[in-house]
Design a protein around this ligand. Structure first.
Ligand SMILES: *[C@@H]1O[C@H](CO)[C@@H](O)[C@H](O)[C@H]1NC(C)=O
Ligand SMILES: *[C@@H]1O[C@H](CO)[C@@H](O)[C@H](O)[C@H]1NC(C)=O
Ligand SMILES: *[C@@H]1O[C@H](CO)[C@@H](O)[C@H](O)[C@H]1NC(C)=O
Ligand SMILES: *[C@@H]1O[C@H](CO)[C@@H](O)[C@H](O)[C@H]1NC(C)=O
Ligand SMILES: *[C@@H]1O[C@H](CO)[C@@H](O)[C@H](O)[C@H]1NC(C)=O
Length: 282
């Protein structure tokens, strides 16, 4: 993204004779009637949404001289670190040519992403009046975690226990909170959840738990809480005692089955090739 340092939008028009003649007499409050209202004060959206940041001020002469500009400040840092918004790309004004006449300098951001989060301040300058700023709109961009996936870890098994992992991705900001539930088995968390940031700026997280081996079918629920969710997202995993673990002998059995399949496949392809050749010779 290119940030220009200059104030980018200048709605220049013919000078108003009236404006020239307006006396700036001491004590006269020429800027008393210029106030810039921004709404809403805070906006929480999801990546990909369109953001409309309202900025209104008393409508001026449509041919008057003046400017509307927007600055963005980071959510964390103080207000001294603002950057001018370059219009174009996914930033546009609701009324690009007629902002001053309408008294509406609203900013539209299409397809918002994580980097667009910040405090947006609308600044209005009209000829003969002092420049004024609005109070700012705080834009927060969330990403929802996907439906959690639960899977069995083959490795890292302790005697008498199995390890389940619950994974979710695509969320922003970090973190998510995991919780597990089973009707009667005790579940032991194996440390805190692991967290990574992806190249596209969102996060993924995995949480591991150990559960005791059991001789009956059990259902486990993993729930994920995130600041972007009203209700937690849950998934179930059903543990089948006949199949758990793929460990020891079972793993060998599976490998043997794979071997047998490979050998059979090989035999069949040989038979087919030989068969074809025999036909050709006839
Ligand atoms: C922003 O302005 C539009 C058009 O004036 C209006 O419909 C909308 O309700 C406003 N939004 C907020 C949050 O004030
Ligand atoms: C929205 O922005 C993302 C990058 O943040 C881009 O990959 C995607 O193509 C854009 N979608 C549209 C509809 O422009
Ligand atoms: C803007 O902020 C000032 C000082 O914090 C406050 O007095 C004023 O009421 C606010 N204006 C609006 C429109 O919220
Ligand atoms: C996650 O857990 C922490 C600590 O218990 C808590 O402060 C935070 O609010 C939780 N977040 C969500 C989204 O539930
Ligand atoms: C998970 O299992 C519980 C009961 O064990 C059930 O109430 C719930 O509907 C199940 N959820 C899903 C997503 O299948």
């Amino acid at each position: 993204m290119v940030w220009s340092c200059s104030l980018n939008l200048l709605l220049l028009a013919g000078f108003l004779p009236k404006a020239f003649m307006e006396p700036h007499a001491p004590g006269r409050k020429t800027d008393a009637d210029l106030h810039v209202l921004q709404s809403p004060p805070s906006l929480v959206l999801t990546k990909g949404d369109q953001a409309i940041l309202n900025c209104s001020f008393p409508a001026g002469d449509p041919n008057g001289k003046g400017a509307v500009s927007w600055n963005r400040f980071s959510l964390e840092e103080d207000r001294s670190s603002g950057r001018a918004i370059s219009l174009g790309g996914h930033f546009s004004l609701a009324y690009p040519r007629t902002s001053l006449g309408k008294g509406d300098g609203s900013l539209i951001i299409s397809n918002i992403s994580w980097e667009d989060a910040g405090i947006y301040v609308c600044k209005v300058w009209l000829w003969g009046k002092e420049e004024k700023e609005g109070n700012g709109t705080r834009l927060v961009v969330y990403g929802h975690p996907n439906q959690p996936e639960i899977y069995l870890q083959v490795q890292g098994q302790k005697e008498g226990t199995i390890v389940l992992a619950c994974r979710t991705f695509g969320f922003h900001p970090a973190p998510v909170n995991f919780s597990w539930h089973s009707s009667d088995l005790s579940i032991t968390a194996l440390g805190p959840a692991e967290l990574w940031k992806s190249e596209s700026g969102d996060f993924q997280s995995i949480h591991y738990v150990a559960i005791p081996c059991s001789s009956t079918w059990k259902t486990f629920t993993c729930s994920v809480r995130h600041v972007s969710l009203v209700e937690p997202l849950s998934s179930n995993y059903t543990y089948d005692p006949g199949e758990h673990g793929l460990s020891g002998n079972q793993l060998m059995e599976y490998l043997n089955i794979i071997k047998i399949c490979l050998v059979l496949g090989l035999l069949m392809s040989i038979t087919l090739t030989v068969g074809k050749r025999c036909k050709k010779r006839k």
